[in-house]
Design a protein around this ligand. Structure first.
Ligand SMILES: [Cu+2]
Length: 334
């Protein structure tokens, strides 16, 4: 994989990793230099005049009166400046507040003290998110316990993660490599000797709530997604199969206790011969329920229909690993 060094846009800002950064940084630098120049000019002039017009012996106080042209100018001109500033700021704000319809949606969940990322295909990982370069990502953010804040300094974006509601944020990464995620809302001190959320992170609750966004070429991302969701930690293959049986609603048509439903029961099914409806199954009258039969029945359910049942099952797009897990579960249903 080619690695490009993130570009530094100024001496005091972090490197830039996304499309929005250039205009954000331009605005930041503009306001900084604008304020700096006016501060210097006003201060120098004020000090100069303070000495020049210092009260001397015999001076009389004379009221200065009004100067309507000057007073109108210093009121009206800044108003136009502020309106322009708001317009420019709001235009930039919208770049990350909304996402295009074809953006990749990623669910972000904050909890004490880790971030969980869930991809469109259901794959879910703690503290590591992989996204393809050049593709807009739409984060749908929430929190499980207390307020957190999802913060990517190198993309200049931050959004509160709030329990009980969703917040949105989008960005389009431009640079291959890794960019850090922090929690920007103080969310608690560590209890006891909790391990850091991420290897190498400082020990300590909120400040340990760090994650990484890995920006990779589209092909690498597609390869990763093709692997499908990973088996959840702590589950055996058969236990994962049991979970998939429920998560994919297989249970609404297939019982595991022998009772009849819309589809054949899975109890005692694996490894046994089964009678097929020959006219719906390309002339085959029977088959053995083995690995290949199950795989075909998940991906192309109506290729071989069991006698006495209707061809009503929709095809499922499960990964090979998920199908393996379902088969492992079926084998336990003696
Ligand atoms: Cu937090």
């Amino acid at each position: 994989m080619t690695m490009f060094a993130p570009t530094r846009t100024s001496f005091d800002l972090p490197p830039s990793v996304s499309t929005n950064v250039a205009s954000y940084d331009w605005m930041y630098n503009f306001i900084w230099w604008f304020s700096m120049i006016f501060w210097v000019v006003i201060t120098v002039v004020m000090v100069y005049w303070a000495f020049k017009y210092k009260r001397k012996a015999g001076d009389k106080r004379i009221p200065t009166g009004h100067y309507p042209v000057l007073e109108t100018a210093w009121t009206v001109l800044p108003v136009f400046f502020i309106i322009w500033l708001f317009h420019a700021g709001f235009t930039d704000y919208l770049k990350n507040a909304m996402a295009a319809d074809d953006a990749m949606e990623v669910r972000v969940t904050g909890q004490k003290w880790l971030w969980t990322f869930t991809y469109p295909n259901g794959r879910s990982e703690p503290n590591h998110l992989t996204v393809p370069v050049g593709k807009q990502v739409k984060f749908i953010i929430s929190a499980q316990d207390v307020l957190h804040s999802f913060y990517l300094p190198e993309a200049r974006i931050k959004k509160d993660a709030v329990p009980g509601m969703y917040t949105m944020l989008s960005f389009t990464p431009t640079v291959l490599g890794d960019t850090p995620v922090y929690c920007a809302e103080y969310c608690g001190a560590p209890e006891g000797n909790a391990a850091p959320a991420l290897e190498g992170a400082p020990l300590g609750g909120h400040s340990a709530m760090m994650a990484w966004v890995h920006v990779v070429p589209q092909a690498d991302f597609d390869k990763m997604m093709a692997e499908g969701p990973k088996r959840p930690d702590g589950l055996t293959e058969a236990q994962w199969g049991s979970k998939l049986y429920k998560d994919n609603a297989c249970m609404t048509c297939h019982s595991v206790d022998g009772s009849k439903a819309t589809g054949p029961t899975w109890k005692g099914m694996f490894g046994q011969p089964v009678a097929l409806n020959g006219s719906l199954s390309g002339g085959m009258d029977s088959a053995v329920v083995d690995e290949n039969y199950v795989r075909e029945s998940i991906l192309k359910p109506n290729a071989k229909v069991v006698a006495g049942f209707s061809p009503v099952m929709p095809p499922y797009t499960l990964s090979d690993k998920q199908i393996d897990a379902l088969i492992a579960y079926m084998k336990t249903l003696k």
